[in-house]
Design a protein around this ligand. Structure first.
Ligand SMILES: Nc1ncnc2c1ncn2[C@@H]1O[C@H](COP(=O)(O)OP(=O)(O)OP(=O)(O)O)[C@@H](O)[C@H]1O
Length: 585
């Protein structure tokens, strides 16, 4: 029951709603005692032959009014208690979401998205259940159970009550035990189902590769195996589920059996009237639910506590990248000074960057080249403070970039990542993402600069075309250009294009670069690229190799050096000549 204590802050916050709900719930339990009493009374009237139309009518009217009252009261407590539980779920969900959105890249690197989603859905649902159904079962089993037992003992016979109650604890025990088993088996079935889902998703996206390599049969066998596993685990669930009803019926039946056998004896002996015995069995019927509820309570509370602990642990993970006290909140201009001695992603890995020292004046363009895995993206990410640099610093306008508030820093930076992300929204909304207040004209202007305007006008719905799963499928190059348009519309002080032109053809690349030179005048731009034509015009070009700068200078200087850059540039020129030759022949 510790979870109720843990949730006390919320119960206190909502004390009127919970207090009111519990009071109404107790009142409903109390009022439920009347019908069995009336049944007993009427039976006695029948036995004694004293039942008149008047008496019958009076009780029928009373029972009708009671039924309507209980109906209304039940509605009220549901709104009060379940409504509060739903609001608690909303509160926790928002807290979690807020927390996630503040966390840095390393937080997400350590956790699987699926797990975080599970916390935001399953765990919060379990807590909601505790604050709703959990409170209901606790209050109901105590009030209803208590009232009924007291009434049976006080108004009919305490001895018969004790006898009838003998099997009841077994019912609470069975409910709790089966519930626990059911939960464990259900979790396994769910896990198997998730794994099957992952498998389907993976197979569907890899179907072309699978076919190319003639791997279909293995895939089908694998799928069958997973599918059989799901069936097996669900049968295990069904087996426990199937035990529930018969067990409960046996226990309830036993209780009724004892009441009738011993009750009949008391009637014969004259200690009870037939009406009282009838009322007693109806009361006994009323006890079934509180006993079941009591068993369920343990499961609900158990799950709720585990979920609450998990959610709390997540909420307690400290943000590793936060504003320093007294941080500057004016967004910096684009004068960059990199002074990184060493940067590693984790303590037990070697440095991903080493001895990165260079200076870039506001308005200049930096080109970063190098093989795959040489550290180009890492360099861009350190500037964005996605990861903290322990050994070194980056100065922006002469101030270390971690002495700006994150908001100020992010206001200065625009990043177009390698893996473009478009939301399931219209193209216009996707472009205007960072500046929702932008006019249509400005959106079109940005799209023209990114050389995507003509493609967009070719769609039936133009800028209102929905992209993503629900809409049109865009090519890699189109997605890249929409992402670039998004960044250009935001017009940041420092723009980072991380291999963002890789999927566009050489002519379009040239067109975009030309536009960039124009609109980025006076602002700083960083471009990482595999195709050197994308950075040829940069004021400073860095060539990285295993996180170290192996060459630096402008295009002309690097061409003179006769190193990696020169070789790669000549090679790529030759390649494009061959390609062009191939096309024209
Ligand atoms: N989040 C991360 N955690 C740990 N190591 C990482 C992480 N991201 C990159 N690395 C490692 O850092 C090194 C540099 O990677 P980075 O992505 O910066 O290279 P890159 O030059 O941008 O490569 P590409 O041209 O393929 O994009 C690689 O060895 C990579 O495995």
């Amino acid at each position: 029951m510790r979870v109720f204590k843990d949730l006390m802050w919320y119960f206190k916050e909502q004390k009127w709603k919970y207090g009111g709900g519990i009071l109404v719930l107790a009142l409903v339990s109390f009022l439920s005692l009347l019908p069995p009493y009336v049944v007993g009374l009427i039976v006695d009237h029948i036995v004694e032959n004293t039942l008149t139309q008047d008496i019958l009518l009076r009780w029928m009217v009373i029972l009708f009014v009671l039924a309507v009252t209980v109906y209304v009261l039940r509605y009220i407590w549901r709104i009060l208690i379940f409504g509060s539980a739903i609001r608690l779920a909303r509160l926790l969900r928002n807290q979690l979401y807020d927390h996630f959105s503040r966390m840095s890249a390393s937080f997400f690197q350590k956790r699987r998205t699926g797990d975080l989603m599970a916390h935001a859905t399953n765990d919060i649902r379990a807590i909601e259940q505790t604050a709703g159904v959990g409170v209901l079962t606790l209050v109901d089993s105590l009030t209803m159970g208590g009232f009924v037992i007291i009434t049976m003992a006080a108004t009919i016979s305490w001895e018969l009550t004790l006898i009838a109650l003998i099997p009841m604890p077994f019912m609470a025990f069975a409910t709790s035990k089966y519930g626990f088993m059911l939960h464990k088996r259900f979790a396994k079935a769910q896990a198997a189902f998730s794994s099957l889902n992952d498998k389907v998703q993976e197979s569907m996206s890899a179907v072309r590769v699978t076919k190319t390599f003639g791997y279909e049969e293995n895939e089908v066998t694998e799928f069958k195996k997973e599918s059989d596993d799901v069936v097996e685990k669900n049968i295990q669930v069904a087996k426990v589920d199937a035990l529930f009803d018969p067990t409960i019926q046996i226990i309830v039946g036993l209780s009724f059996f004892l009441s009738i056998v011993f009750g009949a004896r008391y009637v014969v002996l004259g200690d009870l009237t037939i009406g009282q015995l009838t009322a007693f069995t109806v009361y006994l019927g009323l006890l079934i639910w509180p006993m079941l509820a009591f068993g369920w309570l343990f499961n609900i509370v158990e799950r709720g506590r585990a979920s609450y602990d998990r959610v709390n642990r997540l909420l307690q993970v400290k943000q590793d990248i936060v504003d320093k006290p007294g941080a500057v909140d004016t967004p910096p201009k684009g004068n960059l000074d990199f002074q990184i001695n060493e940067f590693s992603y984790t303590d037990d890995e070697g440095p991903a960057l080493k001895d990165i020292f260079f200076h870039l004046k506001r308005g200049q363009t930096l080109g970063i080249a190098g093989r795959t895995g040489s550290g180009k993206t890492t360099l861009a990410k350190t500037l964005m403070r996605d990861f903290e640099i322990k050994n070194g610093k980056i100065l922006l306008d002469g101030t270390p970039h971690d002495e700006y508030t994150l908001d100020a820093l992010r206001a200065s930076l625009g990043y177009v990542p390698q893996d473009h992300f478009l939301f399931s929204a219209t193209i216009a909304d996707n472009i205007a993402f960072a500046r929702p207040e932008a006019s249509y004209q400005e959106i079109i202007e940005a799209a023209k600069l990114a050389a995507i305007h003509e493609d967009i006008t070719r769609f039936d719905e133009g800028y209102e075309t929905i992209v993503g799963e629900r809409g049109v499928t865009l090519s890699g190059g189109q997605k890249q250009r929409i992402s670039i348009a998004r960044a250009l519309l935001a017009d940041p002080e420092i723009l980072i294009l991380d291999d963002s032109l890789s999927a566009v053809d050489a002519k379009t690349e040239e067109q975009i670069l030309h536009a960039l030179r124009d609109v980025r005048r006076g602002k700083t731009t960083l471009i990482t690229a595999h195709r050197l034509s994308a950075i040829k015009h940069a004021d400073l070009i860095l060539v990285l190799e295993q996180g170290v700068i192996i060459e630096q200078g402008d295009h002309a200087e690097l061409m003179k050096e006769n190193g990696w850059y020169r070789k790669m540039y000549d090679h790529q020129q030759l390649e494009s000549l061959v390609e062009k030759g191939g096309r024209s022949s």
